[in-house]
Ligand binder design. Structure first.
Ligand code: SAJ
Length: 422
């Protein structure tokens, strides 16, 4: 019997399982993907997070962490599975449901069950709670049930898991206290206790707040482009105001959280989420707008090659899921433009039907135009000497990270997101 079963060994579940195991608890990590379980059992991880490999091997070596395809009897169960959107933007809770069904035959009186997955308001009690109640035991009475969202920034997961403040939402105050004691074992941030519904709304508000604020920055960028102004400079000056903090405009919002989570609110509360829907639309159309600007120069036409620099959704990560780069690449291809996508960190392969490679020279060779979509370290400051083997001379910078002056002086036409022609 384990002390804790962590169900879902992704970028939150795996480090959480390891951190708990390294505090001395007997932890069983559970994942339905057998390759993940096998890889972990032989000490390998497939997540490119700093420090994770060392943490995983320490946890396995200590004998406190094991991995398996299904849960076993345990005093605590922590659910960390994905909650994606379907193609028509409805929440897909099937992984939460199957995790709950896997716990059901193991559930015993006085167990503690925690949901961490980002979920619509009410999921803890109406989905997890309802399934577990099939045991004949009452949630919050015979066993404890909580919602405790993760808040880590991909790329900095371990540091943030340990240092960030946490919200613990219990069906009852005593459920919340028990969950707090679990997180206290490794979390040095503040831990606030509330109910499950408030905690669920908090998580969705955090990510929606960021999405809407990025849409504000993107709207300002559009205005500046039309007005012939440099939005980057305007934002810098506006942010000198003590109560203003405008975020960065960019090619759209990627990752598996910010572009997804607002839809959980929009689906459930359509009458109160007009602003959120418009923000989503602004962020989702940034990539197509960049393409429009490039083709409007007449320097990029169908049949020609566009080099897309950066497939990851943000700098320093290897994750191309929900990336504006892939949206732009698909859109370009549908307009008859051939695309070649490069990324220094993403594993070479096909994403949304488009090949991504690590060979920079091959990507830009013969291209009529290049667009920088991700401000990876290796792209910052790229100048004419780096792009000389392009066939054309159009460069688009969606992150304001290139050596614009050097490129213009060398005869390139440079379009920067958020900067309009004077
Ligand atoms: N972006 C901009 N402008 C900005 C900031 C970000 O265009 O000023 C874009 C990025 O390029 C990227 C996207 O937004 O495409 C998201 O990047 P991010 O770094 O803001 O966030 P994520 O998706 O890597 O992680 C987020 C974080 N949420 C918040 O900052 C509110 C993280 O704390 C959450 O734990 C995580 O989502 C999650 O799992 O929910």
């Amino acid at each position: 019997m384990a002390d804790t079963c962590v169900i879902g060994l992704g970028y939150v579940g795996l480090p959480t399982a390891c951190l708990l195991a390294n505090t001395g608890l007997k932890v069983l990590g559970v994942d339905t993907d057998l390759e993940t379980v096998e890889a972990l059992s032989s000490g390998r991880t497939r997540l490119g997070e700093a420090g994770l490999d060392t943490l995983v091997s320490a946890a396995f070596k200590s004998g406190n962490l094991r991995a398996a395809a299904g849960p076993e009897a345990s005093s605590t169960f922590i659910i960390c599975v994905p909650t994606p959107l379907t193609a028509d933007r409805h929440v897909d809770l099937s992984a939460v449901e199957s995790a709950s069904r896997a716990i059901l035959p193991m559930l015993e009186p006085r167990n503690l069950v925690i949901l961490e997955s980002t979920s619509p308001v009410g999921t803890t009690r109406n989905c997890v709670g309802r399934i577990l109640a099939e045991s004949g035991m009452k949630p919050g009475h015979d066993f404890d049930l909580c919602y405790c969202p993760e808040r880590v920034l991909p790329g900095n997961t371990l540091t943030e898991l340990v240092n960030n403040d946490r919200i613990v939402g219990g069906l009852t105050p005593s459920s919340a206290c028990r969950a707090r004691d679990i997180y206290r074992r490794f979390c040095s941030g503040k831990i606030v206790l509330t109910d499950d519904l408030t905690a669920e709304l908090c998580k969705l508000m955090e990510n929606t707040y960021r999405d809407v604020n990025i849409a504000v920055a993107n709207s300002f960028a559009r205005i500046a482009e039309d007005a012939g102004i440099d939005v980057w400079r305007a934002i810098e000056y506006a942010n000198l105001h003590p109560r203003v903090n405008i975020l960065k405009p960019g090619p759209g919002v990627g990752g598996h959280c910010l572009p997804v989570d607002p839809w959980f609110l929009i689906e459930a509360y359509p009458d109160n989420t007009g602003l959120l829907t418009v923000a989503r639309m602004v962020n989702d159309t940034q990539a197509a707008r960049l393409l429009d600007r490039m083709t409007a120069t007449g320097l990029l036409e169908d049949g020609q090659k566009l080099a897309v620099l950066g497939a990851a959704y943000k700098a320093g990560v290897d994750d191309p899921r929900e990336s504006p780069s892939m949206t732009l690449a698909c859109e370009a291809r549908s307009r008859g433009i051939s695309v070649s996508v490069h990324d220094p960190l993403v594993r070479p392969g096909e994403y949304r039907g488009i090949a991504v490679g690590n060979d920079f020279s091959r990507c830009i060779e013969g291209a009529a135009a290049a667009v920088v979509m991700t401000d990876h370290e290796s792209y910052r400051g790229l100048g004419p000497e780096d792009l000389g083997s392009m066939a054309g001379r159009l460069v688009c910078d969606a992150r304001n990270c290139l050596d614009r002056e050097a490129l213009s002086n060398a005869g390139f036409t440079v379009l920067v997101l958020g900067i309009g022609a004077p």
